[in-house]
Ligand binder design. Structure first.
Ligand SMILES: *Cc1c(COP(=O)(O)O)cnc(C)c1O
Length: 445
């Protein structure tokens, strides 16, 4: 049996198999950007310009009535919440495991995030816990389709209907994923996407998209991204401001780049799906690894691949899942698989939400001191367990030509699990503490 790289053996993933760069930039993408520059269409809101074209394309792909391009996915969330009427003091339900944007977008409009635990298999908001966290002040739910897998929308919509709540899809990681044959973006009252370079549908920088089927809500988002103005197509600007809007537009150059990416968006998704599934099929045969699962009624955009590691199922009875995960992660990294933790702290345990930090800034808690919001990560046991026992692959699998690389990753997993005696010894000797025990950054190598 070949010696593990962590013990000085040869890594399973050959160095010549570097991950193809993401985003993929083709000569067509370059030309699209140059064309946008040459047309002089550099403002965001030119009629018939690149921004409008991108909005029309994305509305068509998400099968929604309206799409509004904005400056990034975080701004998209704040605009969406504002547009559906969430305002200061309202509570917004947010999953305890997500990117930070899902938690701060409500705060940016002085609404208060209330966290909800996740489902241990889909990693998405848990409908049962969601119901339990509703109060008379709850106004909306931010449903994150985490890692690219749509959340349990029918259950969530039924709860929303019962309690008169609005549903915002945070689809920043789930471009092109489907739930019961319907694409993300039209599964709630309003949806937001990120076009950040790291996402499945990138721009050459920062950007975002908002989709909705509600005309009045779309109008509000348009107004809020443009200084609170109502610009009339074909008419001169009057500089009248109907609300204290923001400046959250997307540039034409960035829209042109994303439109060019859209030309191969669906084929890229299919090829990624094929590559990832082929890898997961091999890894899921290994006892003690839990691969991402997909309920039969949805598709996965595979933005992030999260693996859970369970020591007992691997036959290791005397080590914790956390120590097992940490050891396997180290060993796999040595083999050339770039496993990293994604979110090392439950959102409610982030330092800025703790009482010490809150006293010093003008977040909404200072407006409502009588409401004693306590953010206690112990109330989110599934989120904590998932953070301790799982690790992720990000970005290196996104390129459609990463198939060979992912095959090598699968071989590396197989090599590690053929040497569980070594892993067992290492895990027993390891000094393990949960990721949230230290905020110190680790070396990148
Ligand atoms: C990336 C991301 C965002 C924010 O998007 P930006 O464009 O980076 O502001 C929001 N929510 C989730 C779940 C994300 O992954």
């Amino acid at each position: 049996m070949s010696k593990l790289a962590v013990q000085g053996g040869t890594p399973a993933v050959d160095k010549s198999l570097a991950a193809p760069a993401w985003p993929e930039v083709t000569p067509e993408d370059e030309q699209a950007v140059v064309r946008a520059l040459r047309t002089g269409d550099l403002t965001s809101l030119t009629r018939g310009g690149a921004v409008e074209q991108l909005e029309a394309d994305w509305a068509r792909l998400t099968r929604t009535e309206h799409c509004i391009a904005v400056s990034n996915g975080t701004a998209a969330l704040s605009l969406a919440l504002s547009a559906i009427g969430v305002s200061h003091g309202d509570e917004v339900l947010v999953p305890a495991l997500s990117f930070i944007a899902s938690a701060v977008a409500p705060l940016h409009i002085f609404a208060i995030p209330v966290f909800v635990d996740i489902d241990p298999e889909t990693f998405n908001i848990d409908p049962a816990d969601l119901r339990a966290r509703i109060t008379p002040r709850t106004k909306a739910i931010i449903v994150v389709h985490l890692h690219g897998l749509p959340a349990a929308m029918d259950e969530i919509r039924a709860i929303a209907r019962d309690h008169d709540l609005q549903v915002v899809e945070d689809a920043a990681q789930a471009h092109g994923a489907h739930y019961r044959d319907r694409p993300t973006g039209g599964l709630g009252d309003i949806a937001t996407f990120s076009l950040n370079v790291s996402k499945n549908l990138p721009t050459c920088g920062e950007g975002g998209l908002v989709t909705t089927n509600r005309a009045e809500v779309a109008e509000k988002v348009r107004m809020l991204r443009q200084f609170g103005e109502r610009l009339e197509p074909g008419k001169r600007r009057t500089y009248t401001h109907w609300s204290a809007g923001w400046n959250n537009k997307l540039s034409a150059v960035q829209a042109a780049f994303t439109r060019s990416q859209l030309a191969r968006f669906e084929t890229n998704n299919d090829r990624r799906d094929h590559n990832v599934r082929r890898m997961l099929e091999r890894i899921s045969a290994l006892p003690g690894v839990v691969c991402p699962s997909i309920p039969a009624d949805r598709t996965h955009a595979w933005h992030i691949l999260r693996f859970r590691f369970h020591a007992r199922d691997a036959g290791l009875d005397d080590v914790t899942d956390g120590a097992f995960r940490m050891t396997v992660q180290r060993a796999l990294r040595a083999e050339g698989v770039p496993l990293t933790e994604y979110q090392r702290i439950p959102l409610p345990a982030q330092p800025f939400l703790q009482p010490e930090a809150r006293a010093n800034n003008n977040d909404p808690w200072t407006l409502f001191p009588e409401r004693n919001y306590v953010y206690d990560s112990m109330k989110y046991p599934v989120t904590c367990a998932v953070i301790e026992d799982s690790s992720t692959i990000q970005r290196s699998h996104l390129h459609p030509e990463s198939g060979e690389l992912l095959d090598a990753y699968a071989s590396a997993f197989e090599k590690i699990f053929a040497n569980l005696d070594v892993i067992h010894r290492m895990a027993r000797a390891a000094r393990y503490s949960p990721p949230w025990a230290s905020h110190a950054p680790e070396a990148t190598t």
